[in-house]
Design a protein around this ligand. Structure first.
Ligand SMILES: *Cc1c(COP(=O)(O)O)cnc(C)c1O
Length: 387
């Protein structure tokens, strides 16, 4: 790994840099689909893999490689494979590492599109899937079968910020010879490094906090070289490739990741504390609050509560919509991971395809509002909410 250092802050700005003959200071952007060879012999060696080097940007590009090395340094992973989106990172992982007849146990509180990918496509190709309650270790154990290959989850979950004890779950996984996959989108390695708690594979939607400013789509899978090699071959053959331009944007995003995550978490705890005292709010979900049921676990595995919180207003959907519609500073959008604060009503947007019964089961109240807190001044965020 190029320019790997000891500390997160240093790796965030320097890991992965390999300067070209021009001695550029900032990371070079190699917008090229293919690469030229000195002679036919070199071309043959590059194609066969006998000699390392760039061939074609579907599977080798220096800018993309710099992003992969930097993110691997930050997650403490052996290798990273960058992909075109968070969804393609998940697709590549399961396509490359599973076969028909394999079984996976999946937290029921994962990103909606990930549920669709499992149920509508991966299942069609012979993967069987059991959904379980994220914080409940017994439900993971009970769902595990002889042919279970992976556990898959996000912690904290969206939008209710439930937490699973990663250390305990990874111990269970090891005892059952199951590999643990964590979608680390919400915390990023700035706040939580699942590999240190026993996870085998990390997945990212780089679209969110790694970019941090809402510009590009991208994703990544990280883990041990042996597993990543399978995913690399899938990427090479399927083309779920990250654009080098997006990789360059993400390299720049990673430089400020930690200060953004820390500042946005600071704003989030202030907002959560304010909301918890408000009489018009019946419940606040935020892992940085002492009232959160997994507060102690969160403190152990995350360096802060993160930047996403949600709350239930008295008066259901009508009042929730009134609050959202009155905001002037925040953006009304279901996206998150931006420096701009976003506000959304999960029951009628991200979770609208569920039936009322499924929403009740998942705790998505009609009065629930989710905020992904950005970098604006906290006083302006609180004033904008006006509750
Ligand atoms: C957004 C998101 C994804 C999907 O990522 P895309 O880059 O939009 O494809 C996956 N997991 C989580 C937790 C997300 O928030």
């Amino acid at each position: 790994m190029k320019n790997k250092n000891k500390n997160f802050e240093t790796d965030a700005v320097r890991a992965g840099i390999e300067r070209s003959q021009f001695g550029e200071h900032s990371e070079g952007l190699f917008l090229t689909s293919s690469f030229v060879f000195k002679d036919a012999q070199e071309a043959a060696k590059r194609f066969s893999g006998e000699e390392p080097g760039n061939v074609y940007s579907r599977f080798t590009n220096p800018t993309t490689k710099a992003f992969e090395e930097r993110l691997a340094a930050l997650e403490g992973a052996e290798q990273c494979i960058a992909t075109s989106s968070g969804m393609s990172a998940i697709l590549a992982t399961f396509m490359a590492l599973c076969k028909p007849g394999d079984h996976v146990v999946v937290s029921k509180s994962i990103f909606g599109t990930s549920v669709q990918l499992f149920n509508n496509f991966l299942a069609k190709w012979g993967l069987s899937i059991s959904f379980v309650d994220l914080p409940d270790l017994n439900s993971w154990e009970e769902a595990t079968m002889k042919n279970t290959k992976f556990y898959f989850l996000e912690t904290p979950s969206n939008p209710l910020t439930e937490i699973v004890d990663l250390k305990k779950l990874s111990q269970l996984a090891k005892s059952k010879k199951v590999k643990l996959i964590v979608d680390n989108c919400f915390c990023t390695p700035a706040l939580q490094k699942p590999i240190n708690h026993g996870a085998d594979i990390i997945i990212h939607s780089a679209t969110k906090y790694l970019d941090g400013q809402g510009r590009c789509l991208g994703g990544a899978v990280l883990g041990k070289k042996r597993l990543m090699n399978e995913i690399y071959i899938f990427l090479r053959n399927s083309g779920v490739t990250l654009s080098p331009f997006n990789a360059w944007v993400f390299l720049k995003g990673l430089e400020t990741l930690k200060i953004r995550m820390n500042q946005q978490s600071d704003n989030a705890i202030k907002l959560a504390t304010y909301l918890e005292k408000n009489k018009k709010i019946s419940k606040v979900y935020y892992p940085g609050l002492k009232s959160h049921p997994q507060y102690k676990t969160a403190l152990r595995q995350q360096s802060s509560g993160g930047a996403v919180l949600s709350f239930v207003v008295n008066g259901g959907q009508k009042v929730a919509w009134q609050i959202i519609n009155k905001t002037k500073v925040m953006s009304i959008t279901a996206n998150l991971g931006d420096t701009k604060t976003t506000i959304t009503h999960p029951a009628t947007t991200t979770h609208s395809r569920l039936t009322q019964e499924q929403r009740d089961y998942s705790g998505i109240d009609n009065g629930l509002v989710r905020i992904a807190v950005g970098l604006e001044h906290i006083d302006d965020i609180i004033a904008d909410l006006n509750i």
